[in-house]
Each structure stands twice: as C-alpha cells, then as structure tokens.
Design a protein around this ligand. Structure first.
Ligand code: PLP
Length: 484
C-alpha cells in the first residue's frame, strides 16, 4: 500500500503542522523568526540578567505586547511569534547571564534545547507504545543507564531503574508514595524523618499522601546531625523513611550519607536521598566519592534541569530494582489492555502517575551522548572550582564575610557588619536595577546573599565585579542615601 504525503501539500489555507513530511519545512522559517525575536528581546535588556525597573516596568511591557490576548482576527504566525517572543525575552531572567546566580535555575545547553525542539515537533506521548514507539525504547534505555550510575554495584540479576519526572518535587513525592505502598500491606503508617535542611517538597509530599507530619531532625551546620537522627529513630515505632539530602538548596551541603545509611540499617528504617542538586557529582571522578553511600538508598531523586543543563523539565527518581516501581502499575483498557501487553506491546502507564507525558528523555539522551561522562564531569568540576575561587575571593575580601567554603556550587556571603535588613535591601536593589540576580538564605541565625553557580561560562572577573557592586551598595545603604 502506498500512502500519499501527509499532511497534504500546503496551500489549503490551514495553519501548517510541525510533523509529517512537510513539518520541517514549515518549521524552518518559524524557528528563524523565533531566533530573531530572542536576539531582539535579549538586546533590549542591554546586557542585564533581568529587565530593569522591577515588576511594574515588566508588567507594562508584557501588557503592551500581549494585548489583545485573543483578537477577533488573528495577527498571523510571524507577527505573534515576533511580538510575544521578543517581549518575553526582553523581560526574561536570563540564566545564561553570568550574574544570574540566585537559584538552581540552569542555563540550558544549546544542544539540549535543539533536541527539545524535536520532542515538541514529534509530540510523542509516553502513556502508550502506539503514541511513542521509539521514545519509549529510548526512555527505557536511558533511565536504566542513569540508574546504573546511581546503583553501580547492583548484582547482575538486579535491574536498577528510574522514572522520569517533572523535577525534584515530583520525584520526592513518588519516593514517599513508593515507601508508603511498601508498608501498606502490613497496615503500617509510614513516618517520614527529615532534616531541618530538607527541601520543603518532602513536607508537602507527606501532607499530600496523608502521612503524619515528618519528624524533623536538627541540621546545625547545614547537614543532618547523625547523633540527633539516632535519638529520633530510637523513639519511633513502625515503618520509617529517612529523607537525606545530597546538595541542600540553601548551601549545597551533603548530608553524611554513610553514617545515615548505617543508622537506618541499625534501626530498620528505609532511606531516600534527595540528590536533586548534588546527583551529577556522579559524573566527576574527582567528586563522585562525596556521594558514597548513595547506592544504599531505596530511592534517589535526581534533577538534570539543575547541574545537568537541561531546559525544564528533566527530573528522575532512581530505584535499585525495577520491581520497586510495581505500586505505579495501573491499567486503562484503551492504553494498556492485558491482551496488548501479553502480545508484547510495552506497558508504559506504570512509569508515571501522569497520563499524557512529554518525551523529556530525548534532550537528556542527546546531552549524555554529546558530552559523555567526562564532558559532564568536567562541567561539574569546573563549576565547583569556580565556586571555591569565589569563596576564596570573599574570604580574602576585607569587607565581606564568607559563610563557609562550598561543597557544590553555592556560596553564601554578606557585607561585614551589615544588618539583615541591609542584606535584603541589597538583593532587592540588584533585582530592581536588573544588574544581578542573587538569592537569599538564612544560616546561623542571619540572612545571607546566596550565589548558586550553574553557568560554566561565568568567569572570576564577572564575580569580582559582582562583589564590587555589593560592596558599593552596602556603603550607600549604610550611609542612608539612595543607591547609585
Ligand atoms: C530543586 C530541588 C528540589 C525540587 O526540585 P524541582 O525540580 O524544583 O521540583 C528538591 N530538592 C532539592 C534538594 C532541590 O535542590
């Protein structure tokens, strides 16, 4: 049987589609339009990482461009793409700017974004094989390979596996769900134990899943205190899951995983490690030992839209054996009928709680292959080294105080002697100027400026300029005059 070209040749007056044999040709000029609009919008920011003028100025620019939202007669693809993409780029927080360094907000690699274009154009959906035949196989391959990075020592009969998520939040939720279901048959009520340094998504996940409020163990120096964990575990009865962190959001600290895993073993508790931030240390020969003990966890959260340079979203939850994902099994006759599965059609519904699901694995697979372990490890090492250089510059600086030397790529600092109010005002002044995006974190009872370095192109000179600007602002604010 021969099939006619699809969709039918252009000229019908209907908007062209991204797929099919005409898709690439229809896309090419539109992509060129998008790229031009990105360049024009970025130029409007005049070298700043944020639009100048704060929320009001940005809101005015967006409203002018985006109104009317639904015109009676359409403006056409060229006009709509140019106007809206340019406005969005003009008002964007640009993680590729060296001084956009507040959050775990990554500058995506160009190659990953190019791969993501293919994901959108092909629009495969990973809820059934007949919507994503190749993407399903690619996901199975890549998730297994990544899970093997986390669980390398598993015996040949074990099958480490990972599910793809929208990020650390969903991964942590799934980790708690799987732990709850492991104990459900025995009727046990799972108690989650977290550190005071744990990501807020774990508390929310416990709430969402109807679990008791997590027991919080102190983390006096930013990492979970094993002695306090020992005490807490001694008082608890019934099933317990300890959630440790490899790379905290506030300081990038890594909990003492081997000691925590020992305690879990001794007390019969299970372990989940949230390695959303620190997980990619696995790619660095030099720094992978910082994650020793990771493979003793029942589940591990990874987030490649942080130290993995993927556009959002690129989360994973890894487990040491694929059978641990069994609680996600689910049947909907139209997607994975038993006779289809028996006949050999892969059953995808049990690999997520979502139904329609984007193939985020495509950009991940392209990135892993393009850079290799050494390429990724080099990026991780380079950023950790840059963070250490920044810390040393702050430490040597006569008028700035360093919180501590970094483990990952987060550095906290503050002007010596400044009040918390001054620190908060410096941050907001930089945001309003649009000159730098710094975060904030509370540590040792004080407020600190937070830099989270994820941009491999950031140089020591960029960071020196940042320190100078902070110092100048601190002076002006302390003198009580308006910052220049
Ligand atoms: C970022 C982060 C999360 C949340 O991940 P999202 O991708 O934002 O959902 C969870 N835990 C840690 C430690 C994180 O750094």
């Amino acid at each position: 049987m021969t099939t006619p070209p699809h969709p039918p040749t252009p000229g019908t007056g209907l908007p062209p589609l991204a797929g099919g044999s005409h898709g690439p040709d229809a896309l090419r000029p539109l992509v060129a339009t998008v790229l031009d609009a990105l360049a024009a919008g970025t130029a409007e920011r005049q070298g700043r990482p944020l639009p100048a003028g704060g929320p009001d100025a940005t809101a005015a620019r967006v409203r002018a461009a985006a109104t009317p939202v639904l015109p009676g007669e359409g403006a056409g693809a060229g006009e709509a793409l140019t106007t809206l993409v340019q406005a969005l780029a003009a008002g964007a927080a640009d993680p590729a700017h060296p001084l956009c360094a507040a959050h775990l907000h990554t500058p995506p690699l160009a190659l990953a974004v190019a791969a993501d274009l293919a994901a959108s154009a092909l629009n495969q959906s990973l809820d059934s094989w007949d919507q994503a035949p190749a993407a399903a196989e690619l996901e199975a391959l890549v998730t297994h390979a990544l899970a093997l990075e986390v669980y390398p020592g598993t015996p040949p009969d074990a099958t480490p596996d990972a599910v793809v998520t929208t990020g650390g939040t969903e991964s942590n939720q799934l980790a708690l769900l799987l732990a709850r279901e492991r104990h459900a048959p025995a009727g046990g009520r799972l108690q989650v134990v977290t550190g005071a340094n744990t990501h807020h998504s774990l508390t929310r996940a416990a709430w969402l899943l109807g679990l008791p409020e997590p027991v919080t163990v102190p983390a006096p120096r930013g990492t979970l205190d094993p002695a306090a964990l020992d005490d807490a575990l001694s008082t608890l009865r019934g099933p317990v899951l300890v959630a440790a962190t490899a790379g905290t959001t506030d300081t990038g600290a890594i909990d003492p995983l081997p000691a925590i895993a020992d305690l879990c073993e001794r007390h019969g508790a299970e372990l989940h490690v949230d390695a959303a931030y620190g997980g990619p240390l696995l790619f660095s020969d030099r720094r992978a030992p910082l994650l020793d003990g990771l493979d003793r966890a029942q589940s591990v959260t990874l987030d490649l839209h942080k130290l993995g340079w993927q556009p959002v979203a690129a989360g994973l939850l890894a487990v040491p054996g694929t059978e641990m994902l069994a609680p996600l099994a689910h049947t909907a006759d139209y997607l994975n009928a038993d006779d289809d599965t028996d006949a050999g059609l892969p059953d995808l519904l049990g690999r997520s709680l979502r139904t329609t699901r984007r193939p985020d694995i495509i950009k991940i697979a392209v990135t892993l292959r393009a850079l290799g372990r050494s390429g990724l490890g080099t990026l991780v090492d380079h950023l950790c080294d840059t963070a250490e250089e920044l810390a040393e510059a702050i430490d040597k600086h006569p008028r700035l105080e360093l919180h501590e030397h970094p483990t990952l790529t987060t550095v906290l600092f503050r002007p010596t002697g400044a009040s918390d109010t001054t620190v908060a005002t410096i941050r907001r002044t930089l945001l309003t100027e649009g000159t730098a995006v710094l975060g904030r974190a509370r540590a040792d009872g004080r407020l600190w400026l937070k830099t989270t370095l994820l941009n491999p192109h950031t140089t020591p000179d960029d960071l020196a300029a940042l320190l100078t600007r902070v110092e100048t602002l601190a002076d002006t604010l302390v003198e009580g005059s308006t910052p220049r």
